[in-house]
Design a protein around this ligand. Structure first.
Ligand SMILES: [Zn+2]
Length: 291
């Protein structure tokens, strides 16, 4: 599924005018890299393993779409050699704050449309890792081999995830995902032939209207839906209300963009969160492994 590891040699080589390559000695301390939020953080953890120290700019538990940076955020960003973020569309604040020195990771996406949640497609996550590695290798050519190895390891995980999703979600009792949350999982749902029915739109700032709530409750009742899904950043009272009204049970999906303090401290990986999603989708939709 993933593009060849070596593809990042050829893409966007001249996109950012970097200064001449840094000559490194044995004593050179590890480079420091800042990332906007947990999506580029998880990708940096894989891609820059043993290459860089990674700092996440927004605090865990923060809504990344509409984060309001503090003056300190700008200083924090500029203390690092690189600042990576997902995209201008996803984090408009990141481009502004970094005075155009930030590097968006959304170039060369195999699957990109208006939906900013690009990382929910495994091919896109692979491209994000390649882009990140390419930017670092431009400035530190001596790290290229290590970066290639890291990217290849991550791409292998992504290939395995894609296979598992395909296999575990092939035969399900229902293909309708009723989600008490926002559109983050739409792309993933499309990739594995599910109908995704989110309660709110692009970001979690939007409160669902009473009409939308009533319509969702009606659909859940009419279709005898056994499980509904929600996400950590949504007030649990919302899904609880719907569960009480309908008798449906609640399962969590992890959007990766929102991370609790607890999960951040544990350092949960992209793979772990996607495996948790697979498990809950499989359980909630009554899926059986394909033969
Ligand atoms: Zn989102």
């Amino acid at each position: 599924m993933c593009a060849a590891v070596f593809a990042f040699y050829n893409i966007n080589r001249d996109k950012k005018p970097f200064v001449s390559p840094v000559i490194e000695t044995e004593q050179t301390p590890m480079m420091s890299v800042a990332v906007s939020s947990y999506v580029p953080y998880t990708i940096a953890k894989e891609t820059l393993n043993n290459v860089a120290k990674i700092t996440m700019v927004i605090p865990p538990g923060t809504e990344p779409h509409s984060f309001e940076p503090l003056p300190k955020t700008v200083i924090d960003i500029h203390q690092n050699e690189f600042f990576f973020y997902t995209s201008d569309r996803m984090e408009p604040w990141a481009k502004k704050m970094s005075n155009d020195a930030g590097l968006a990771l959304d170039s060369n996406m195999p699957s990109a449309d208006g939906d900013p949640h690009i990382w929910m497609d495994f091919n896109n996550a692979s491209a994000m890792a390649q882009n990140m590695a390419m930017y670092v290798a431009q400035k530190y050519p001596q790290k290229e081999q290590e970066l290639l190895k890291n990217v290849a390891g991550f791409q292998h995980e992504l290939t395995m995830l894609d296979r598992l999703y395909g296999k575990m979600l092939a035969q399900c009792k229902t293909r309708d995902i009723y989600h008490i949350g926002h559109i983050a999982f739409k792309r993933m749902a499309q990739n594995y032939n599910f109908n995704f029915k989110p309660l709110v739109g692009a970001t979690l700032d939007q409160e669902p209207s009473a009409k939308d709530m009533a319509e969702m409750i009606k659909q859940i009742k009419d279709n005898n839906v056994e499980y509904i899904f929600t996400e950590q950043a949504v007030n649990p009272a919302l899904s609880q209300t719907i569960a009480n009204e309908t008798g449906a049970k609640i399962l969590l999906l992890y959007s990766i963009e929102h991370i609790t303090k607890e999960d951040f401290d544990k350092g949960v990986s992209y793979r772990q969160l996607m495996m948790a999603n697979l498990q809950n989708l499989s359980e909630g939709l009554g899926c059986a492994e394909a033969n």
